[in-house]
Design a protein around this ligand. Structure first.
Ligand code: URA
Length: 258
């Protein structure tokens, strides 16, 4: 490899190689563009206009129903929460007690994205406060030496799925603009995707978490580290799984502190 490449470029090439290798392994020979991020789905820009960076194009993200931009360039979390309102955009509203929007530092360097609220979260209105949440909190506080209040934590869906099932594609799609708004509001230095559903959403394809965890990816220019979901670690509480998650979290923190 060209020695003059910066370490950033080398990392980018390495993660592109890893991604291509995974795609080949998974037998994927085409990408479903409907899974691409809203910014990527926008029509090509008028070449007469000054070009926009990826963050700026995300501004143009539209609410498909309202057909108007949802967020400014850097929305405030309160603004995103206000637009979410007492949401009835998908069927999950029928079983929920509380909308679980997110928790933590609005200027966090590290953002954790999980799957969806469970029973405790639904009751208390806060993400990751049940058993899996206690483990995540311990990993953040005792493992990484941060306070939970230093990071930002949210889920790909804001309402509890019945019997804690995996959220369905239409539920994830209905909630996605709010996740995008949270990412744009916080602008973390690093995102940690917890488990397969969050990782698959952010990578725009169905992934095997065992294959992609521990490797750097990117989500709209933000370094993304997929790792096992804490609920999986609770189920498979092996020294090996705990070591792997621990390594992923240490790598995420080190990158956020670069
Ligand atoms: N609690 C959450 O808030 N999210 C999960 O994904 C699991 C438990």
């Amino acid at each position: 490899m060209d020695r003059s490449l910066s370490s950033d470029a080398r990392e980018l090439v390495a993660s592109a190689r890893a991604l291509l290798a995974e795609l080949v392994e998974e037998g994927i020979d085409q990408i479903d563009r409907s899974l691409a991020t809203p910014a990527e789905c926008e029509p090509a820009e008028d070449s007469a206009q000054p070009s926009k960076g990826p963050r700026e194009s995300a501004v143009l993200q539209t609410d498909l129903l309202a057909e108007k931009p949802l967020w400014g360039r850097k929305p405030r979390l309160e603004e995103v929460r206000e637009v979410l309102g007492e949401c009835t955009r998908c069927g999950l509203c029928e079983g929920r007690k509380t909308i679980v929007f997110g928790d933590g530092n609005p200027d966090a360097d590290l953002m954790f994205i999980g799957e969806g609220p469970g029973e405790q979260e639904d009751l208390r209105g806060l993400p990751f406060v049940g058993r899996a949440g206690e483990l995540l909190t311990a990993m953040i506080e005792r493992g990484l030496g941060l306070s939970r209040a230093d990071v930002y934590i949210c889920n790909i869906v804001k309402c509890r799925p019945p019997r804690n099932r995996t959220p369905l594609p239409d539920e994830v799609a209905a909630c996605r603009p709010f996740l995008e708004g949270q990412i744009d509001a916080v602008r973390p230095k690093v995102i940690v995707a917890l488990g397969k559903p969050a990782t698959s959403l952010l990578l725009g394809r169905n992934v095997a978490i065992t294959r992609v965890r521990g490797q750097w990816h990117e989500y709209r220019g933000i370094p993304l580290m997929p790792t096992f979901h804490p609920a999986f670690i609770l189920r498979q509480y092996t020294p090996e799984n705990r070591r792997l998650v621990w390594e992923d979290l240490k790598a995420a923190l080190a990158k956020a502190q670069e």
